[in-house]
Each structure stands twice: as structure tokens, then as C-alpha cells.
Write a new protein. Structure first.
Length: 115
């Protein structure tokens, strides 16, 4: 008798908590993707900064200064492209999260509107 009551309670609790579990999974996936994006961005920007620092330390005369100055446009182009790529990736992650949450909301509204 008690085992049947606990089983029923457990099934009902699982059914009621299912939307929260689904949302937590979507949220955790989103945080993981954003964290990976941020870590990759930090790595890329750090590498670019270190490359620039090394290039500055190699300046010894006017010729090397001229070569360094010529590389600056390339470095700025690379930085701009990296910023654009990171922005696009972040937007895609945000859009995917929004879509996933909308799907969850729609699924959870069906029982309410059907009643």
C-alpha cells in the first residue's frame, strides 16, 4: 500500500519537475557554450597581443619600425575579423537559447490551454 503511494507520489513529482529539468539542461548547455566562446576569445586576443608585444620588442632600427608599422594594418584587420566572428557566434548561441526556451514554453503551455 505504502509502496504504491510512494510510487505515485514519485511519478507525480517527476512529471511536475520535468519542465524545470529540461530548462536547467538548456540553460547549462547555453552557459557551457558561452564559456567555451569566451575562453577561445581570451586565447585568441591574448595570442594577438603577445604577437604584437613580440613584434614591438624586435624593433631595432628604422627599417624594422617601418616593417612593424606595415604589419599593424594586418593586425587590426585580424582583430576586427575576430571581433566580428565572436559577435556572430555569440548571437547564434543566444538565438539558439531563445528558440530552445520558446519550445519549452510552448510545450508547457499546451496542457494549460488544452484544459
Amino acid at each position: 500500500m505504502y509502496s504504491e503511494m510512494f510510487k505515485s507520489f514519485s511519478e507525480q513529482a517527476e512529471k511536475n519537475l520535468a519542465p524545470y529539468v529540461k530548462f536547467n539542461r538548456v540553460f547549462a548547455k547555453n552557459i557551457e557554450e558561452i564559456t567555451e566562446l569566451q575562453m577561445a576569445a581570451v586565447r585568441a586576443y591574448s595570442d594577438l597581443g603577445l604577437t604584437q608585444l613580440k613584434a614591438v620588442s624586435e624593433i631595432k632600427d628604422m627599417e624594422s619600425l617601418t616593417a612593424y608599422s606595415g604589419q599593424q594594418l594586418e593586425a587590426l584587420t585580424k582583430l576586427s575579423q575576430q571581433l566580428i566572428d565572436d559577435s556572430n557566434k555569440f548571437s547564434a548561441i543566444a538565438q539558439e537559447f531563445k528558440n530552445d526556451v520558446e519550445v519549452l514554453a510552448t510545450e508547457n503551455m499546451k496542457p494549460v490551454t488544452a484544459a
